[in-house]
Design a protein around this ligand. Structure first.
Ligand code: ZN
Length: 416
């Protein structure tokens, strides 16, 4: 990997970087769409490419189950298997083992789980996770980590953090032995829950291994924790992670979360939210999410967003048409999915332009004003941005500030 920071916001911690991988150059900060089964739900790889997207995420757990490593090896890796010419990142499979499989037991050796096919006990070790990711051939691969929910408290959080460091060492050893370090880049995952001391200890250990990892992820968040705690952990990690390594915040997809994370120094993020919400008929716009299934759109003949260059808006597909087909035809979900991925790309593209142009604080202010309007700003966003020198309320004292909570699934500004 070649990684170079090319611009820095003089106020916040935001930066623009160029990340050159084996399948091309990706500019950061970026949002990565999730193609769980080697396909973004509702879109072909060619459609994703046509949207200008050049880095997507595949799930190791799912690809290992189906089509399986044998098929992927025969195909020559996941790029060839899915006809994707651009960059690819895989997770380690650990998160799915814990979240999808209630019988998973973590031991020092690895994660012991019940195969969903034949019910047999199956072990995923750090070495095996890396081997599977080698067969997939992703440009960026993730270490296997010991995942605990961000709501877990007590000694289990520390145990998981220290095990994650030991597993990182096993992943590094196994990866270095493979001779694939020039084409596949291993990222470490900072754990430690919501405990600042554990996070610091994890950062100490992982930063000490800097010369053997290509980048860092911030894990163990986005699990329903208070947003005011979430951003403080992101800031603590981003402030300490090495300047010359990309930083990836896992499971972040709401527009305001993305921009706050960028302001705190995050470069990459992924989430199923924009594609999942599209299938429920919600289009993302700079004026807030738009629920196209609502009756009021039945005779609304404008596009989702007249300024949007996505194929759905540019071809003039009306909100009324989308309202009509969303519950009848899968084409409705495809159309909104394309729009939502372009929205995420524009949101981050505008952030990059603003950072390069020295106007990122103004972009943050104008984004929040347009997106939330007079519905009120989430307090955690106001607090987080104040911590990096941007006061969203400056000159806008009339705006209501909505106290934070576990705001992940609570969208007060969503159109009802
Ligand atoms: Zn559009």
């Amino acid at each position: 990997m070649e990684f170079e920071v090319i611009a820095k916001c003089p106020t916040t911690k935001a930066r623009v970087s160029r990340m050159k991988l084996a399948h091309g150059t990706t500019m950061l900060p970026i949002f990565m769409p999730v193609a769980t089964q080697a396909a973004i739900k509702g879109l072909t790889p060619q459609q994703v490419e046509a949207l200008g997207i050049n880095l997507i995420l595949n799930n190791t757990y799912h690809l290992n189950l189906r089509p399986g490593i044998k098929v992927l090896n025969e195909a020559g890796g996941a790029h060839k298997f899915q006809g994707w010419k651009h960059n690819l990142l895989t997770d380690s499979g650990g998160f799915q083992l814990v979240s999808l499989n209630k019988f998973t037991q973590i031991t020092e050796e690895g994660a012991l789980f019940e195969s969903p096919f034949d019910g047999k006990p199956t072990m995923l070790t750090p070495e095996e996770s890396i081997s599977i990711q080698h067969a997939i051939g992703a440009d960026i691969i993730m270490q296997l980590d010991d995942v605990v929910s961000s709501l877990t408290v007590g000694p289990r959080v520390g145990e998981a953090m220290w095990r994650t460091i030991r597993w990182l060492d096993r992943c590094i050893e196994h990866h270095e032995k493979s001779g694939r370090t020039d084409v596949q880049n291993l990222f470490a995952i900072v754990q430690g829950g919501l405990d600042t001391e554990l996070r610091d200890q994890c950062l100490d250990e992982m930063i000490a291994r800097k010369n053997r990892v290509a980048g860092y992820a911030i894990g163990g968040l986005s699990g329903g924790e208070e947003k005011d705690v979430f951003w403080r952990v992101i800031k603590q990690c981003a402030d300490r992670l090495p300047w010359d390594r990309p930083r990836y915040s896992m499971g972040i997809g709401f527009a305001e979360d993305l921009l706050v994370c960028v302001a705190l120094g995050v470069d990459m993020a992924d989430c199923v939210f924009p594609t999942r919400t599209a299938r429920f008929g919600v289009a993302l716009t700079f004026k807030g999410p738009l629920n196209l299934r609502l009756k009021k759109h039945a005779a609304d003949f404008g596009p989702i967003d007249a300024d949007c260059p996505c194929p759905t808006c540019a071809n003039g597909t009306s909100r009324a048409m989308l309202h009509h087909i969303l519950t009848l035809e899968t084409a409705g979900a495809h159309a909104v999915t394309q729009h939502n991925l372009v929205f995420q790309a524009r949101l981050m593209g505008r952030a990059r332009d603003a950072i390069v142009g020295g106007t990122f604080p103004d972009y943050l202010k104008s984004f929040f004003a347009e997106y939330f309007g007079d519905k009120g700003y989430p307090e955690w966003c106001v607090n987080a941005l104040r911590s990096v020198g941007v006061d969203l309320l400056e000159g806008r004292e009339q705006i209501t500030v909505i106290p934070g909570g576990a705001a992940n699934w609570d969208r007060p500004h969503s159109e009802q």
